[in-house]
Every structure is written in C-alpha cells, then in structure tokens.
Design a protein around this ligand. Structure first.
Ligand code: NIG
Ligand code: FE
Length: 403
C-alpha cells in the first residue's frame, strides 16, 4: 500500500551533494509544497505534492497541516548507549577542575561504567538501552550505532551485544552494533595489551560472527588505552575475519587516525587532537572523519578541526558519542548546532554530516537522503524555513516522525 505524505512547506532531499569536502548552502535542493510517496518503508517518489497527488489519485493521503520542513532521519554513527549506572560523580569532579588521573584514582572513568554495567543483567541493560533509543527516535535520530565496551570480558561483552540485538527487534530505529572490547585493558586482566587483544581475537570475535551480533570492530588508541602498534595487528586480524573497522582516534594525542587510514577503517572518530598531517591523511582517504562535539562539551575541551577537515576535502560526519562519562548529554542536533557555530559549518555541511555522510561511516547505503528506493526514515520540523533548525541550536525538535 502506498501513502502520499504532504504537503510539506519544504522538503530537503539532500541528494546530489558530494560525499566529501566543503559544501555551500546554495547546493541544497529545496522542494516547496512537496510530497513524498512511501511504499513498504521505502520511498517511491519525491516531488511536488500536487503533481504526486494527481498521479496517485487512488492512494491514501497523510495530510500534513501547518508549517513543515521534511528531512531524512538523522544517523548517529557513534554512541555508547548500552550501559548501566551514572558517572555524575566524575562530572562533578571534572567541573571542579580535577584531572583524568585524579578522577580515575577516585574510582571514576570507563572502569566505573564497566563495574556498573557488569552488575546489570541483560534484560535491564536492554530496557535502559531502549529508553535511550526512544529518546533519540523522538529527536529524529532513526539510525543508531551502539558500541559494547563496558563489559571487557568475553561473557560481559556478549551480554552487551546480545542486549543490542534484542533491542533492535523492539524498536523502529535501525541499530548498528560495534564490538569495542578494546576500550581499555580491564583492570582484572593480569597481562599486557597484546595478550588481551589476542584473547579477544581468539575467544570473542568468532562468537560475535557466529551469533551475528556485530560486523564492526572498534579500538581506543590512546596513551591510557591501546598503542598504535598493537592496534594495527589487532585491527588487521579483525579485518581478515570480515569485520569493518572503526577507531577512537586522536582524542587526546594524535596517532589513531594514521592507524585508521592505514588499515582502511570506515571511520576515524574524535579527532580533537588531529593536526595538519592527520587532516591531510584523512582528506586523502576513504575513511570518514567523525567529529563528536558531545565529548568536547562533556569534557570542556576544544572541538575537532571540522572546518579544516572539510576544507581539506574530508568526508565529515557528526555523531553524539552519547556515553555515561565524556558525553552524557546525548542531544545530537544540539551538539551539531553548537559546534557548527564555533567551527563555522554551514547548514548543508551539518545536515550532510548528520545523514548520508554518517551513513557512509557505517558503510550503509540506501538511507540518509530522500530519493526513490531509499529507506523512508522521515522527520518533520514545525517551521517554514529549514534555516530555523540550526538557528534554534537544537531546541527546535521534529514534531513528527514518519517511520
Ligand atoms: O568515546 N574515548 C573513549 N571512550 C569514550 C568515553 C567512554 C567513557 O568515558 O565511558 C568516548 O569518549
Ligand atoms: Fe566514543
């Protein structure tokens, strides 16, 4: 059964835009008084509402009243929303000026979330995850990547990934799971980095493949986590097993993005510490540069050099990094809007970074723009001018979701 939705004051299909590099707002196609024809969750046609109505007289109409700007649903290509507990204590310490080390010594940091997540059973974890997914959906985010990484043992990582799989059957959002067993060396593991990674390769990744729990592998490359040398060995082996690779790169020190490009990762994420060399490397690669303004806001640190990355020719996506520690806010549109003011990203660049460029970071096709054959993940803003969306810096939310 086909349904014709409309008329929308404006439809922004986000088609015909390049995958990489800087954009201009006048490259944005705007369809006034638009309509969209949907069949079985896929887009059949996009165009003038009146024309589509005349061509489809026998089809059902979902009449849209009032001001309405239609966009493709957002793709959040980097989150850690499968967790239990809170790190409000860390946050309070951080805003009192305490360092990362002092917070870790006081029992905070990633390990605190591991402890709290391990204590939750799979059903509770699924419930907490679904609650966050529903919040994202209500805010127009229709595709959500979710990482493990708060289990850090074979059984506990599997518990997280199974919770993500179960949640995906209970929501209209599309979930993409990623194994982040290489988030840090667990404190209860009594050997070194390479032994830990070897153990993940031998005992965890084959089970993930067998149970079809994830097809992506992530690693945190940082002085406090894993070094570049061990990461390259790990990632190449994971790649040989058929996993897509993504990297937590250049968050505090530059080194991860080089590894990401070297192993052909689909994305290098964070990049707050990327310099000119890393920017050039990323721009000349097929690795998507994912910026995470939520982590900059949560940690009170500078943004990734988003403007420079775009000007150098990179494919730039924007994701929330929603997690209990460094990025507790989880409001993707607000974070993108706030970063765009500081970094001088125009609307076309922000919308591209939240949709088809973010889909590229997940190696997903068929979504992130409004065109025939694409997934009909639709969000509608109650305004007559698309520019109002960033102008309100995240406070203007979609009032309708059509999935
Ligand atoms: O992406 N950088 C490493 N991992 C997360 C933080 C996770 C946490 O603090 O719990 C991040 O910011
Ligand atoms: Fe992260």
């Amino acid at each position: 059964m086909k349904i014709l939705h409309g008329p929308f004051t404006q439809i922004l299909p986000l088609t015909d835009l390049p995958l990489k590099g800087a954009l201009k707002d006048d490259q944005l196609q705007i369809i006034p008084d638009g309509g969209i024809l949907v069949e079985n969750g896929l887009i059949s046609a996009v165009g003038s509402f009146e024309t589509l109505r005349k061509q489809n007289l026998s089809e059902q109409i979902n009449e849209i009243e009032g001001d309405s700007v239609l966009l493709p649903g957002f793709v959040d290509c980097h989150t850690h929303i499968c967790f239990a507990g809170s790190r409000a204590k860390d946050y309070a310490m951080r805003i009192q000026g305490k360092s990362y080390l002092e917070i870790a010594k006081a029992g905070g940091g990633i390990w605190d979330s591991v402890t709290q997540t391990r204590a939750a059973d799979e059903a509770l974890l699924t419930k907490l995850l679904l609650k966050r997914i529903e919040r994202h959906l209500a805010e127009g985010v229709t595709t959500i990547e979710v990482k493990s990484g708060y289990g850090l043992s074979v059984e506990q990582e599997l518990k997280q990934l199974r919770a993500i799989k179960t949640a995906s059957t209970q929501t209209k959002a599309s979930l993409v799971a990623t194994c982040l067993a290489a988030h840090m060396i667990p404190k209860d593991f009594n050997s070194g980095q390479s032994e830990y990674l070897e153990q993940i390769l031998t005992n965890l990744l084959p089970v993930i493949k067998k149970e079809n729990l994830a097809n992506r592998v992530d690693i945190f490359i940082e002085e406090s986590a894993f070094n570049a040398e061990n990461a390259i060995i790990y990632l190449n082996k994971a790649k040989q097993m058929g996993f897509d690779i993504t990297v937590h790169a250049d968050q505090f020190t530059a080194s991860g993005s080089k590894v990401a490009v070297n192993v052909g990762a689909v994305s290098a994420d964070h990049l707050e510490a990327s310099g000119d060399t890393e920017i050039k490397l990323l721009a000349n690669s097929n690795t998507v540069a994912v910026t995470l303004p939520g982590a900059s806001l949560g940690l009170g640190m500078p943004y990734a050099p988003a403007r420079k990355l775009l000007d150098a020719g990179a494919c730039l996506a924007i994701a929330s990094d929603w997690n209990p520690g460094s990025a507790p806010m989880g409001d993707l549109l607000m974070q993108a809007a706030v970063m765009s003011a500081a970094e001088k990203l125009n609307t076309a660049e922000v919308f591209a970074g939240l949709t088809f460029r973010a889909a590229k970071a997940l190696n997903l096709t068929g979504r992130g723009m409004l065109a025939t054959g694409m997934k009909a993940d639709l969000q509608v803003y109650p305004t007559n001018d698309y520019r109002e969306i960033l102008y309100h810096q995240g406070r203007l939310k979609p009032d309708r979701r059509l999935i």
